[in-house]
Unconditional design. Structure first.
Length: 258
């Protein structure tokens, strides 16, 4: 067995929303596989804390941080300029930044639903397009989009969120085909309920938690590290023939009929 198939040594990885929750876990996983990790987020303190923790956990790891908001066009350009300044293109892009405002369909203001699309779809599309010249500097590179089961079936996150995540998964499929000749693989993951700060409030309701667990065959909430493991696998040389796929990290939720 070639051990290099299961390592990311010498590869440069950019993770958006990398300071907390799933993004932090992804950064940690990629650093553990040997990648140089660039994390982007809006909270400078959280970014520094994540960077310090990862360097402490993986002595010798190279983790760099940039405060930026992927929704802002000028800051997206700054992110790519920063990546380009690192030298030698980009091997891995993980579009993890996202957000939601949960409402009934008729109760959204136009600004609210447009904001959801800006964060979850348009920022990822623009950042990925801008990254293309950096990604193709390598014979093979990888993009992973963090979607949601909300983009594959109805859940109670609100219609705008579900629509945005469905669009992200279609973007994944289209770019996978369009960029295959460039050596760029494009995949996605689709988590169900994962134990993060964002999900702590709804899951604190015992009745709601019981209902979630009843609909999850594995009978538990997922951990950020479990999403991160799927993301890292899709980035590894061992996954070199996988593109256009969306892996559900959901404890069987999407397969649970009646």
């Amino acid at each position: 067995m070639d051990p290099h198939r299961w390592r990311l040594d010498g590869q440069l990885a950019l993770v958006t929303g990398g300071s907390a929750g799933i993004g932090r876990a992804i950064a940690r996983e990629l650093a553990g596989f040997g990648a140089t990790v660039l994390i982007v987020g809006r909270n400078g303190d959280a970014l520094e804390s994540t960077r310090d923790d990862l360097v402490e956990e993986f002595p010798g790891a190279d983790v760099r941080a940039l405060i930026a908001d992927v929704v802002d066009e000028d800051q997206r350009r700054e992110i790519l300029d920063w990546v380009e300044d690192q030298g030698d293109g980009l091997n891995i892009l993980v579009n993890n930044a996202g957000g939601n405002i949960s409402r009934a369909a008729t109760e959204y203001s136009e600004d609210e639903w447009r904001e959801i699309f800006e964060v979850n779809v348009f920022s990822a599309f623009e950042l990925t397009r801008y990254a293309h010249p950096l990604l193709i500097q390598h014979a093979t590179s990888s993009v992973v989009n963090v979607g949601s089961v909300s983009g594959m079936t109805h859940v109670r996150t609100g219609v705008a969120y579900g629509m945005s995540k469905a669009a992200l998964q279609q973007m994944t499929r289209n770019l996978a085909v369009e960029w295959a000749e460039d050596g760029v693989r494009v995949n996605a993951v689709a988590p169900w309920y994962i134990r993060t700060r964002r999900t702590s409030e709804p899951l604190a309701d015992p009745d709601y938690l019981d209902e979630v667990l009843m609909r999850t065959p594995m009978g538990r909430i997922g951990e950020p590290e479990e999403v991160a493991a799927a993301v890292a696998f899709l980035c590894l040389p061992a996954a070199s023939y996988i593109t256009g796929e969306c892996i559900a990290v959901d404890g069987g939720f999407l397969r649970h009929g009646f």
